[in-house]
Design a protein. Structure first.
Length: 367
């Protein structure tokens, strides 16, 4: 008899990007560049760093389990537009990864059903499998672009969850306003739609729309955000979900207490008070993303149109081979599994890091 249930046996642990220290230790390389994990290359706001220093002496106390101050700040931050967000409509998580896991466990079970796209964020697959929720993984068009109509066609009377990353990870592509509005209006009432907007700050397409602007179209809508990308707080693990109170309140029944630590809470609050820091990084990312895209296309690679802080490029050969060659040149990027096993995801770094990347790619292509 197996020690664990069959769905747990099927799980494959998440594999993160290789740390710089590990590469340098294994291959004896110095000054390696990591462009594999979509991290903010300029770091967090100085205000966030100061806030953590100011509160470091209090870590012998448990954090605010209700995350009251941070939820209050987030409600104010997101109420500047057309529609207000109340703090009771916000749930904090240990990164948006935890919230994905909570959503899978809270709103669906073994007798229900979910729909995801592929390739997309692997944690949807992991969360649903761990919760033993059956699901359909619908291929993206050309493995790059969301096909919401094909996904909607998989919805049944048992479907409870529908995940869309917008912009998508790992492709960087997005879904426009018209398609998102149609989806929210037409899916059956019992379906909880999850719009994962981890990369929302980088989206500048004319037809891009955040789910927060469309909350009036659907009661069962949850929008996910994170402090890991644009705010540069990946190590702190702070994500949040926004939805109607009657919907997201169930997440608090499942959420573990004290899931967001004190330093993470105060850093996130301080980061919200420094929009100029985010704006500078987003502007740098836009410029460097365009430069990398143009350079890679000039070398004959296909590059997906990105709305994120990374680019997704087809090297036309097995990506594990490319990955290994790039490692030996001191550049860490991210290979993806089939059906995109000739593509690699490349984080947009600082200009000097991107110079290293392009130099290595030119050498690779020429060989």
């Amino acid at each position: 008899m197996s020690l664990v249930p069959e769905n747990v046996e099927r799980l494959i642990p998440y594999v993160p990007g290789k740390p710089v220290e590990e590469l340098e230790r294994e291959l004896g390389i110095q000054n390696a560049v990591k462009l594999a994990s979509n991290e903010n290359p300029v770091g967090p706001s100085p205000k966030a760093i100061d806030a953590m220093r100011a509160h470091a002496s209090g870590v012998h106390r448990y954090p605010d389990a209700a995350t009251w101050a941070l939820r209050s700040d987030l409600a104010a931050f997101h109420s500047r537009g057309a529609s207000a967000v109340h703090m009771d409509e916000i749930v904090l998580g240990n990164g948006s990864n935890e919230l994905i896991d909570l959503i899978c466990r809270t709103y669906a079970g073994p007798s229900d059903h979910a729909v995801i796209g592929v390739p997309s964020f692997v944690c949807y697959h992991l969360g649903l499998t761990a919760a033993n929720v059956p699901f359909d993984a619908v291929p993206l068009r050309e493995h790059l672009f969301w096909d919401l109509e094909a996904m909607a066609a998989k919805v049944t009377a048992k479907t409870k969850l529908f995940f869309v990353a917008n912009p998508n990870n790992p492709t960087g592509t997005h879904v426009g306003r018209a398609a998102v509005e149609r989806l929210l209006k037409e899916l059956p009432e019992q379906v909880v739609v999850v719009l994962d907007e981890a990369y929302v700050q980088f989206a500048d397409a004319d037809d891009y729309v955040s789910g927060l602007e469309l909350r009036g179209l659907r009661e069962r809508l949850i929008v996910l955000r994170t402090f890991s990308k644009a705010y540069g707080l990946a190590a702190n693990r702070v994500g949040y979900a926004i939805g109607q109170k009657d919907v997201v309140s169930y997440l608090n029944r499942v959420r573990a207490p004290f899931n967001v630590n004190t330093l993470a809470q105060v850093a996130a609050r301080a980061a919200l008070q420094d929009p100029e820091h985010v704006e500078r990084y987003v502007a740098l990312n836009r410029t460097e993303r365009a430069r990398i895209t143009e350079a890679l296309e000039g070398l004959g690679l296909r590059v997906a149109p990105s709305q994120a802080n990374f680019v997704f490029a087809d090297f036309g050969r097995p990506n594990e081979e490319v990955y290994d060659r790039m490692l030996r040149m001191g550049v860490i990027i991210r290979p993806m599994p089939a059906p995109v096993d000739t593509w690699l995801r490349i984080t947009v770094g600082r200009p000097e890091e991107n110079d290293r990347l392009l130099e290595a790619v030119r050498e690779l292509v020429a060989s």
